[in-house]
Design a protein around this ligand. Structure first.
Ligand code: ATP
Ligand code: ATP
Ligand code: MG
Ligand code: MG
Lengths: 165, 164, 164, 165
């Protein structure tokens, strides 16, 4: 299964619709400090059901909605769509492509859909269960991981092992 | 559950020895499960770069710790792969030689694994199959542009020339 | 003690606004003392890069946070200087433009301040008045060598030619 | 006042005597991962009286003593000398140069001297009092400082302010 496409609208520093297509192999994302690279990683993990606002650096889930700049007003909704190709038919559904969509409003309420059909978060987690996609902490590796993974307190490590088991 | 955990632990243990040896070009590392109960015991990480004596992880340098963590995370990844893996500036504390080994390891994963690598490092950019640049020409508003590397290895925006 | 603290706080507050504006080429930042008692209150840091809207520090990027922390630490340093200051790889999360501004700020300190800067970054090395290399040719044993930068900006050991 | 010279013997990865001379302005220290650069910063802060083994990444003070490699045995003592020139006569003593020396043995016992005269740690702290040299947390800036300085818990920030006051 391959991640084909990421589409964002209103997510963090992306007020206007944006699309990024991914191929197989290594895709590098570059740019100056603060331009939005980690926000893209946040969008991917958010669309897959990340529930912790803190993991996305916010205080509440509404913090992922574009909140304006000196020249633009805040907006009321954030939306991210991740499209996977079902090559290798890893996914239990009978589609060639699976589009996972999540949107959130200022109220903090999130809505999910699979190939445009509204569903619950649980349905998305079920579809991806055991494909290796989802909340695997070891498939998003960031700077702070080093101290978490090597710390004297082996709690983080244990969590990673249990996820892999 | 306990058996499954032990199996996973042993596989990761074995992979970790290999990834560590590759990234450090030698040296040893291992994982130890302390205590009687596999589901409760502490998981200890032991690492000894080539030629150095065995010491606590805390005495390792910033770069050595980062590389050890990368070796462990890749070991877990090899045991239970995901279709894609996001690496956010993990190369920041690494020197040129270690970045080279790290990129070498990335390339040994078959093309079925997609790596999304966020970086400021030119060598990492050279290893990319695809390169995207994020810019904020309008402050606070992110845009995506296609990027290529100049002869000097610097990223520059690919500006599509309007055909007259 | 309370008066002394307030004086220091106000001086640092003022310097921080300046260092932040210099390092971010604009934007605003300030320090706030919360609560009634200056000796007990929380010190809050507020930072808003140019053109962006005001948000919690946690939403800033890795590089923006590092630069904000550098601005604050330099502000304290300007209020109560030490004869020397050690900077250990503080440039690691910064992009080229921010490293340039950071080095620019280092150079505004008069020569009476000694900076000992540990770095992997070539631009930072170019800014040095003196360059020392540490090597471990024998594993686990550190040695100091003199270093200079090649035309390509790479550090290389200065090997004293034995005069025949 | 200027830091003139750092001499190490048996400190961490420096089993053999080593000298580094500093001028005014910017001195850069470079080298591969794990070669000993941060150990040099540790040596400077240790010689000025750092009492926390944890701040030096060790479990106990004896961890700063060279503990051997595949080809060399551990040794029994670590020693660091920092030499300052008393330009501007900031220091209360009547010397042109002040050499601060600290040594530690496997027992964990530290010995201090000023210009080769044995003294207590307190004497060293008194000499440097108010010159701006010593345990100022803001004059050794390292990677983890960012999170400490900006964290929601303002304890670290307060400590820096109180030191500066
Ligand atoms: N809800 C939001 N609305 C508008 N802007 C936001 C929002 N959340 C975060 N941002 C902005 O996004 C920027 C951070 O982006 P990001 O963390 O992706 O940077 P980065 O490209 O990873 O940079 P670095 O190289 O420094 O890590 C911050 O300047 C922040 O103000
Ligand atoms: N007591 C000791 N005896 C011998 N070696 C030691 C001792 N304490 C630390 N070391 C070694 O010193 C090395 C770490 O050095 P240091 O932290 O100075 O590296 P560095 O040059 O800062 O690297 P990086 O660029 O990765 O930060 C480790 O490999 C460690 O094994
Ligand atoms: Mg980032
Ligand atoms: Mg270091």
């Amino acid at each position: 299964m391959l991640l084909n496409k990421l589409e964002l609208l209103g997510f963090k520093s992306f007020p206007q619709r944006l699309k990024i297509e991914f191929g197989s192999g290594i895709t590098c994302i570059v740019g100056p400090n603060g331009c939005g690279k980690t926000n893209i990683a946040d969008a991917i993990r958010w669309a897959l059901g990340e529930q912790s606002a803190k993991a996305l650096r916010g205080g509440s889930m509404g913090d992922v909605i574009f909140n304006g700049t000196a020249n633009r007003k805040p907006i009321g909704m954030a939306e991210v769509t991740l499209t996977f190709s079902n090559s290798g038919s890893l996914l239990p559904l009978e589609y060639d492509e699976i589009a996972v969509n999540r949107r959130v409003f200022r109220s903090g309420v999130s809505e999910y859909s699979l190939n445009k059909t509204p569903c619950r978060l649980k349905d998305i987690k079920d579809v991806f269960f055991d494909t290796g996609i989802g909340s695997h902490a070891y498939s998003l590796i960031e700077q702070e991981m080093v101290d978490h993974v090597l710390s004297d307190n082996s709690g983080h490590r244990r969590f990673l092992f249990e996820e892999a088991a | 559950a306990s058996t499954l955990f032990l199996e996973t632990f042993n596989s990761v243990q074995q992979k970790f020895r290999e990834t560590f040896k590759t990234l450090f070009e030698g040296g040893d590392a291992e994982l130890r499960l302390l205590g009687e109960d596999p589901l409760e015991g502490e998981i200890e990480v032991v690492a000894r770069p080539r030629g150095k004596s065995l010491q606590s992880l805390n005495l390792l340098s910033g770069g050595e710790r980062a590389l050890t963590a990368i070796a462990l995370l890749f070991a877990i990844y090899l045991v239970k792969p995901s279709p894609f893996c996001i690496l956010d500036e993990v190369d920041a504390p690494l020197d040129d030689a270690n970045i080279h080994r790290f990129l070498g390891m990335l390339k040994t994963f078959n093309k079925k694994t997609q790596f999304i690598v966020i970086t400021h490092n030119k060598r990492t950019m050279e290893a990319a199959d695809y390169l995207y640049g994020i810019t904020m020409q309008e402050p606070g508003v992110s845009k995506v542009v296609s990027v290529r590397l100049t002869d000097a290895g610097e990223p520059e925006e690919v500006v599509e020339e309007a055909v007259a």
